[in-house]
Ligand binder design. Structure first.
Ligand SMILES: *Cc1c(COP(=O)(O)O)cnc(C)c1O
Length: 388
C-alpha cells in the first residue's frame, strides 16, 4: 500500500487546478460543457473516463474515489448514496435470473432483506451458511452459483470468515466474492489484498466519522468496476452528492487517529467489562476470549469500536433498565461517529417476542466513540450497579 499519510493528505488532490486551495472544491454541478462537437463526441464515447454528467463522473467524487481505492489496495472504486446502494448495485450487476448466491448466515439486516424479499422476485436464489466453516461454502455450491457474499466480522455477533481460504475456493470454482468490510474499514482489514474480488463498506460509519453523512463505497479491479459503472451504477443512479463527498474527504483526514483512539478505548472498556460480576460474556474479535480470536489476529489489524455483551440477568427488564441508565451512550442505531452508542437487540423485536434462552435476543451492542474511556467506564459502572 502507498503511505497512509500520502493517501489521506495528498493522493488525488491536483491543487494547481483550483488556485492551490488546501481543501478541495465542492464541484456542485450536474453537467460539464465542451468547446466543440468533437470533444463532446469523444467524452460521450467513454463516460467511464469522460467528464460529462454528475450521475457518472464528478471531480470532487473522483478525488474521493482515488483515496478510497488506494486504502483498499484496489485498482478503482465507486462511491454511492448509501452503503446499501454500494451493496445492491454490484450484486444486481453480477447476477441474472436462475443464478445462485451463497451468503453468510447473518449479514446486515437490510442485506438479508434484499436477498430474501427482492432478489427472490427476480429468480435469484440465496443460500445462507454458517461462514465460520469454509466447508459450508463448498457444500452450498450449485451449478448456477455466481457469488459468495461475505461479512467478516458482522456488526452484532462478529462471526468471521477465513477470507484468504474462501478467496482461493472461489477462484477454483470461478465464483466471485463480495465482502461487506464496514466493521474493520480498510485500515484494519484489506480483503482485496487477501484475494476477495469486491469490497464494500458503509462510508456512513468510519469514513464519514461524524454522524452527518450517509454514503457507501465499492472497491475492486478496474475491469469489474467499469462493468458495474457502465451498467447498473449509471442506470440505477444511486450516486453521492458532491457536498457529501466533500464531507467524506474531510472525514478521511482524521480516519487514522480516530480509529487509533477508538480501538484503544474499546479494548480498555472490553477488558473492564469482561471482569465485571454482572456480565456473562463480552464479544469482541480482538479480545483473547473471543471464539475466533486467532483468525481475527491473522487477518485483521484492528477491531474498532463495536462490541456486544450479555448480562448475567437475562430478563428483558434488566436489559432495558441497564440501557436506560446509561448517560453517555446514546440509544441509537448506526455507529462510526464521534459519539458512543448502545443498541439492545431486544429493541428490534416486540417485547412479547423476547426469549431469554435465545442469546441473539439478549445481545446489547455498543459503539465506543471519541470520548475518554474512563468517562465511559464510569457511566457503565453506575448503570451496572445492581438495583438497591
Ligand atoms: C450501516 C451498515 C450498512 C448499510 O450502510 P448505509 O450507509 O446505512 O446504507 C451495511 N453494512 C453494515 C455492516 C453496516 O453497519
Amino acid at each position: 500500500m502507498k503511505d497512509l499519510s500520502f493517501i489521506l493528505n495528498e493522493l488525488g488532490e491536483d491543487r494547481e487546478f483550483y488556485y492551490n486551495a488546501v481543501a478541495p472544491p465542492v464541484m456542485q454541478t450536474s453537467n460539464f460543457s465542451f468547446p466543440e462537437v468533437a470533444a463532446m463526441r469523444s467524452a460521450l464515447q467513454d463516460e467511464f473516463r469522460g467528464m460529462v454528467y454528475s450521475r457518472g463522473n464528478n471531480p470532487t467524487l473522483n478525488i474521493l474515489r482515488q483515496k478510497l481505492a488506494a486504502l483498499d489496495g484496489a485498482e478503482d472504486s465507486l462511491v454511492f448514496a448509501s452503503g446499501m446502494a454500494a451493496i445492491t448495485t454490484p450484486i444486481l450487476s453480477l447476477v441474472s435470473a436462475g443464478d445462485h448466491i451463497v451468503s453468510v448466515a447473518r449479514p446486515y439486516s437490510w442485506t438479508r432483506k434484499f436477498f430474501e424479499s427482492i432478489l427472490s422476485r427476480f429468480g435469484v436464489g440465496v443460500s445462507f451458511v454458517d461462514g465460520r466453516d469454509i466447508r459450508n461454502f463448498e457444500e452450498a455450491i450449485r451449478p448456477g452459483t455466481r457469488l459468495f457474499y461475505l461479512e467478516s466480522p458482522n456488526t452484532l455477533s462478529f462471526e468471521l470468515q477465513d477470507l484468504a481460504g474462501i478467496a482461493s475456493l472461489a477462484g477454483r470454482e470461478q465464483i466471485l466474492t463480495l465482502i461487506d468490510n464496514s466493521y474493520c474499514s480498510p485500515l484494519y482489514q484489506q480483503p482485496i489484498v487477501l484475494g476477495i474480488d469486491l469490497s464494500v463498506q458503509s462510508a456512513t460509519k468510519y469514513i464519514g466519522g461524524h454522524s452527518d453523512v450517509v454514503a457507501g463505497v465499492l472497491c475492486g479491479r478496474r475491469a469489474l468496476i467499469q462493468k458495474i459503472y457502465s451498467g447498473e451504477f449509471m442506470n440505477l443512479g444511486g450516486i453521492l452528492a458532491p457536498w457529501s463527498a466533500w464531507l467524506l474527504l474531510r472525514g478521511l483526514r482524521t480516519l487514522e487517529i480516530r480509529l487509533d483512539r477508538i480501538s484503544r478505548s474499546t479494548l480498555k472498556i472490553v477488558d473492564y467489562l469482561s471482569r465485571h460480576p454482572e456480565i456473562e460474556k463480552v464479544l469482541y474479535p480482538l479480545h483473547p476470549g473471543f471464539p475466533q480470536y486467532e483468525l481475527a489476529c491473522r487477518q485483521m489489524k484492528g477491531a474498532g469500536g463495536l462490541f456486544s455483551l450479555l448480562l448475567k440477568d437475562r430478563s428483558i427488564s434488566r436489559i432495558e433498565g441497564f440501557c436506560n441508565e446509561l448517560k453517555h451512550f446514546q440509544l441509537a442505531v448506526s455507529w462510526g461517529g464521534h459519539e458512543s452508542l448502545v443498541f439492545p437487540s431486544c429493541a428490534s423485536i416486540r417485547q412479547e417476542d423476547f426469549r431469554q434462552e435465545q442469546e441473539s435476543n439478549r445481545l446489547i451492542r455498543f459503539y465506543v466513540g471519541l470520548e475518554d474511556p474512563d468517562y465511559l467506564i464510569k457511566d457503565l459502572e453506575q448503570a451496572l450497579d445492581p438495583l438497591p
